[in-house]
Ligand binder design. Sequence first.
Ligand code: ADP
Length: 411
Amino acid sequence: MRNKLLIITSSLVLLSLVGLITIQVIWLKQSWAISEEQYDDRVDRMLDNVVDELIEYADTVHKGKNKVIFDVLDTALLEELMYKYIDYHNIDTPFYHAIVKTKNKELIYKSEGYDIKLHPKSYKSCLSCIWKKEYMHISVFFPGKKKEIIKGVSSYALLSVLFIILVSLAFVYMVFGVFRQKKISQLKNDFINNMTHEFKTPISTISIANDILKNNMEQLKPSIVNKYLTIIQDENLRMQNQVELVLQIACIEKGQLQLNKEEVEIHELIRRTVDKFVLNTMEKKVKVKYDFEAENKVARVEILHMQNVIRNLIDNAIKYSGQDVFIEVATNDVENGIVIQVKDKGIGIKKEDMDKIFDKFHRIGSGDIHNVKGFGLGLYYVKNILSLHGGKVWVDSNLNKGSTFSVYIPT
Ligand code: ADP
């Protein structure tokens, strides 16, 4: 229902935008046509004035006798009149003009720059009233006409384009915002579903182990009692770790995480953390190879959080591999720091997912998939802890071949 409303609202806004743009285009076209009409009108009036003065001149000088055009038409005078009336009618452009025989387009006179090819686009005014034997006309071309019209409409056009761009950007921003919110809300739902599912298993395991112990305390051998107590302890620890992760992320986001950094030998920290973690992993056969090459191996870190970072990467390498897990942990020197790499031969990650996996709650193929457990918070935590240490994390991966997570820590 909400999706439908969103689609309807977006469609309406989009439709309004298209309508607005269409109206603006029509309006601009009309403005252009009006400006062109006004320009044409001014030029026509200018030519009428010029021809009127020429008639007057011809009448006073030749008293209406038929003469060859150059007897009546002084080209310097024509030019002078043109300038006079162009100025009078406010036509602020250069111009080329000519006297042309109407019948065969023969040029009788042309000013510098006039080309007969311009003739079809020129303004014309008939001169037959001066030279009655043959039809002739003045032809004037204004090369800057378009520029002048553009100048007239450009300020409105620019403003319209600007407002349309602003409205479009606001619309795109709004749609992206809504979709982002929807995605976050979807991810939060996935997280809540995941969390409920993740807690249901340990809670029922603890409950069953507790019932067995309570009802059969006298009959059970101490070794069996111990086994059930260990189960309760492990499941409890698992839940504790998960809650701790969520709380720590909340702390990071509020900027309240205090780091107690101390100088640590990184190789030793890795070996201790990984060995302990692998020893506690019962469900899969895990093999770890160390390839420590870094010589610059002492860094100032908060031990607890750095252990969590390594544990998260190893946990993922195990979770996202098959039954037989092979992990290589390597270190190398880089400028001002050390790079730790955790390589696995697991399921790998698609190129388009590589950046997203560090986002909060992001799980590849998320939703109700519970075959691999997780909240989509591990790598988000890793990224944030490293950034608090001035370091960073990135991944290289080939789908179905394996992944390499690299961590840089300044030393
Ligand atoms: P999760 O709790 O889901 O493991 P993470 O933040 O640790 O959360 O990882 C985010 C997602 O990145 C995982 O859901 C998984 O799809 C992918 N991922 C992480 N590590 C690996 C890995 N080593 N191999 C393949 N995919 C991985």
